[in-house]
Design a protein around this ligand. Sequence first.
Ligand SMILES: Nc1ccn([C@@H]2O[C@H](COP(=O)(O)OP(=O)(O)OP(=O)(O)O)[C@@H](O)[C@H]2O)c(=O)n1
Ligand SMILES: C[C@](O)(CO)[C@H](O)COP(=O)(O)O
Length: 234
Amino acid sequence: MKDKLGIVIVAAGKGSRMGTQESKQYLQIDDKPILVHTLLRFNRMDAVDEIVLVTGPDDVERCKGYAEQYGLGKIKRIIPGGKERQDSVYQGLLTLTGYVEWVMVHDGVRPFAAEEHIMACLAKAKVTGAAVLAVPVKDTIKVVDRDGFIKATPDRSSLWAIQTPQAFRFSLLVEAHEQARRESFLGTDDAMLVERLGTKVAVVEADYYNIKITTPEDLPWAEWIIRQVRGEKK
Ligand SMILES: Nc1ccn([C@@H]2O[C@H](COP(=O)(O)OP(=O)(O)OP(=O)(O)O)[C@@H](O)[C@H]2O)c(=O)n1
Ligand SMILES: C[C@](O)(CO)[C@H](O)COP(=O)(O)O
């Protein structure tokens, strides 16, 4: 357990914003499912000891097939997720209890996280206890009220778009999830739950290619990224 690193890959969502019949994590880019690209990235990293894959209940068997077909030997467990992303992460964490000291949580639909950024995030978490990848926002962001009027314009220099992976001391993330569950708090990422404990979460600058494939226009962009930017590592 000492210094061991577990990865929780969450892939139990339905991909409703993508609007395809097939959940978006199983759509193919460059002849492999998006989720397989993500898994290959972590599977080949020396720093990774084990991977837990959290999928939809009906997809466990097909993911076992992918693990075999693509030689994803670091996947130790494939389990069904929950209703919300946060529930799926928690299910993944439960299976790592007693096995790892460090954990990184990553979206199954972010296939382009660069290895150097993943390692930088982990290194930062080993110093601070918690770290996330992010990029500075490029647009001006407005807070808009329910009637459609601008309420505020936050200072852009303090705004970052948060990505995954997010790295934590395992015990810290479990405590954060358990407190959130007790208080029925639902966050959109894991860092939010840790922030609620009063723990500082460090931000590590990544790049704009680490997209979360969310809506249809992300697909041609993903095809381009894999060919032009990340393809050389496949
Ligand atoms: N109950 C859920 C919901 C989401 N996820 C995963 O969390 C990641 C980020 O979520 P998102 O992009 O929002 O995916 P979906 O929930 O599938 O998309 P949508 O919100 O459009 O339905 C995805 O890899 C998704 O599969 C999960 O494991 N369990
Ligand atoms: C965790 C995350 O990918 C960070 O950007 C994001 O918050 C997930 O949000 P979603 O609501 O599941 O798209």
